[in-house]
Design a protein around this ligand. Sequence first.
Ligand SMILES: Nc1ncnc2c1ncn2[C@@H]1O[C@H](COP(=O)(O)OP(=O)(O)OP(=O)(O)O)[C@@H](O)[C@H]1O
Ligand SMILES: [Mg+2]
Length: 264
Amino acid sequence: MLRFQNVGLRYGLGPEVLRDVNLHLAPGSFHFLTGPSGAGKSSLLKLMYLGLHPSRGNISMFNQDIATIDQAELPGLRRRVGVVFQNFRLLDHLSTLDNVALPLRIAGAKEGTVREHVAELLSWVGLGNHLDVHPPTLSDGEKQRVAIARAVIGRPSLLLADEPTGSVDLEQGLRIMHLFEQLNKIGTTVVIATHDRGLIKRFSHPVLKLERGKLKINRRLGQHKSAQDKPESSKDAQNNGPEDLRADPLKQISTGDAVDGSSS
Ligand SMILES: Nc1ncnc2c1ncn2[C@@H]1O[C@H](COP(=O)(O)OP(=O)(O)OP(=O)(O)O)[C@@H](O)[C@H]1O
Ligand SMILES: [Mg+2]
């Protein structure tokens, strides 16, 4: 899926912010990425979504060597990656619905299914009443959930989320984690960068830890506290209201025909 060999990264003539990174993400794996502020988490994710080239070392993605790949193939690879940016990067001139619909429309999905899929997912993340508003009128937590919906709607092969729960409360954070786990169950490889040790402790996923540009992997087997992991679906059902927060957020898009071959 994704392999880094002796990767280093420097910005301009500055010092190396990532050093000798060796990493292999197996298809269908789920990792947290953590480390102090400035350790290089966002920089590592940028390399993973091919937003930057490494200063040294090799990266291969979907079995293709990034250094030698035909440049014309890069956009196709990038389209297989869903990214939740730390600063959201929503398009302010588009409505919430149109922001989230973007990956489906770029992939040529039938317009008739787009609105239905997007509305379903936005409802699930608690934004069913915000489909037609524009990002500048949303709170940070609402923007974050729009950014997450946009990243997952096309069922990417690889999902990279940079502090995806940084602006939401615990209940929403666990709901978002549930969404990522559902996506992972249908085959998406997931990497979540977070400072939130409490969140990491609730799950058994291995942790990639960055410290001053060096990466370590902690597999942490057997720490899963399943009772705390997910919002209770029965409780959600009682709180349905107009936004109908259901247990399976990806049911519609996982069985639908929105994006042909996007997760292959
Ligand atoms: N565009 C840039 N130009 C120059 N230096 C940069 C740039 N982006 C990041 N850096 C530097 O690279 C280092 C790693 O930054 P990065 O944003 O990857 O850290 P981070 O672990 O994501 O931090 P945070 O937890 O605060 O988001 C920092 O020293 C930062 O100053
Ligand atoms: Mg960061």
